[in-house]
Write a protein that binds this ligand. Structure first.
Ligand code: FE2
Length: 296
């Protein structure tokens, strides 16, 4: 019998978005890249915000106390300092290069406030959905400073900061998530050096270019700074993303996760499976039924 061994396919770009300028929290100006009219979600990713400004007026208001239920919020800072505090008793300051991965589960109230009065504050917030079976789990919190995030350095100058998931060379990020097996990497790539990473076939994946300009996909799509490119899932077992920085060094996020393929019902800071569950979340929050959680 003849055996065929199909080589992994390269992920192709299906869509490029620049997002929309918006304001959230107490007047924080940012760009929303996922959770827009153009891109409502990219299962299991429900939202992606990019913020970056050295104008204190753009960020000083921060994100005062507000609730969440049914998903995870991930804050990754490139510059500046933010203090996080939540109703499960967690508190910490995230600094440049640090990540905070919070599982809201059945309910949490938290605040994220800039710990600076001037200078650059830059970073991302990503919302990762929880499967129906875990939406009412106890809240959780994983925080890692820059020093705890491994940096894989290649002789060609490539640097890969691994927040979660595993590089092809075996570097593993510290954040754990068994629901969607995410990969979240921050890659700095010198001009002209190719970068490759294997992705699970069924994953939804995207690249967000922070600086510079890259080409990716079979047809060498150009993606420039502040653009998000969606990579199509492949139908063989693994797929690979290939990236090359053109003209100058580039820095980009590569994020990937298993889709949940479940109904998504949104209501402000809550993301559940049905409208009834959203109504229940508002009711529980109003009646203080998830403020002090941490225990059943
Ligand atoms: Fe929040």
């Amino acid at each position: 019998m003849k055996q065929t061994n199909t080589p992994p396919r390269t992920r192709e770009v299906t869509q490029i978005t620049e997002g929309v300028e918006t304001s959230d929290g107490d007047g924080v100006n940012m760009t929303r890249l996922i959770a827009t009219q153009q891109l409502s979600d990219l299962d299991p990713f429900l939202l992606l915000d990019a913020f970056g400004s050295d104008e204190p007026g753009d960020y000083l208001g921060g994100f005062p106390s507000h609730p969440h239920r049914g998903f995870e919020t991930v804050t990754y800072l490139l510059a500046g300092r933010m203090r996080h505090k939540d109703s499960a008793g967690n508190e910490g300051v995230i600094e440049a290069g640090g990540v905070q991965w919070m599982t809201a589960g059945k309910g949490i109230v938290h605040s994220e406030m800039p710990e600076q009065e001037n200078g650059l504050l830059q970073g991302f917030q990503l919302w990762v959905n929880l499967p129906a079976k875990a939406k009412m789990t106890l809240p959780g919190y994983q925080e890692f400073g820059a020093a705890a995030i491994p940096v894989e350095q290649h002789p060609d100058g490539t640097e890969i900061r691994v927040i979660t998931g595993k590089t092809d060379q075996g570097t593993v990020g510290p954040v754990k998530n068994t629901y969607v097996k995410p990969l979240y990497m921050d890659v700095t790539l010198p001009a002209g050096i190719p970068f490759q990473q294997t992705l699970n076939a069924a994953d939804n994946s995207f690249i967000y270019v922070i600086e510079g300009q890259i080409q990716t996909g079979e047809n060498a799509h150009t993606v420039t700074a502040k653009q998000l490119a969606i990579l199509e899932p492949t139908n063989n077992e693994k797929g690979r993303v290939k990236v090359i920085a053109t003209e100058e060094a580039a820095r980009f996020l590569l994020v990937s996760g298993q889709p949940l393929n479940e109904p998504v019902a949104r209501g402000g800071p809550f993301v559940m499976n049905t409208a009834e569950e959203i109504r229940q979340a508002f009711d529980d929050f109003k009646n203080n039924r998830f403020q002090e959680t941490g225990r059943d």
